[in-house]
Design a protein around this ligand. Structure first.
Ligand SMILES: [Zn+2]
Length: 145
């Protein structure tokens, strides 16, 4: 691990997000699925410090199950960051990508292994995992063409 990597903030799994991070550690991309209507959701929208009980965004049911996503996706939108925020100075310019999973869920991530000038809306992507520490791996995406 380079010094640059170690200066980046590393997410802290909490009780609500733990299944997501345990999945990422196994290199499985975890999403939430409503038990009542099968609506898929990206779990990060529930993670954080707010004491909320996650509910289905579609039917408001409270019973949500964790499911393994296929990891197949397309690039929905992206920006290229030039601002050197602390910990990311050596990465600029880097992309922040809004990726749509095959399941229909969108998430914010990075497309790796690809020049920013080669990014195209709608390009097929597949998940890859970046191991940040013994505890935390993060899903990123790479071109699947
Ligand atoms: Zn539902």
């Amino acid at each position: 691990m380079s010094i640059t990597e170690s200066t980046k903030p590393i997410p802290m799994p909490d009780d609500e997000s733990r299944p997501f991070f345990e999945g990422a550690k196994r290199h499985e991309l975890m999403i939430l699925r409503c038990r009542a209507c099968d609506h898929p959701m990206w779990p990060a929208s529930h993670a954080g410090s707010l004491p909320v009980n996650p509910r289905c965004h579609k039917c408001f049911a409270a019973e949500l199950d964790w499911a393994v996503a296929t990891g197949k996706a397309t690039l929905y939108s992206f920006v290229v960051m030039h601002q050197p925020y602390p910990g990311f100075e050596n990465d600029v310019p880097y992309n922040i990508a809004l990726v749509e999973l095959e399941e229909g869920v969108r998430c914010l991530t990075n497309v790796v292994g690809c020049d920013n000038s080669d990014l195209r809306i709608g390009m097929p992507l597949e998940v890859v995992f970046e191991d940040l520490s013994d505890e935390v791996s993060l899903p990123k995406f790479r071109s699947a063409t």
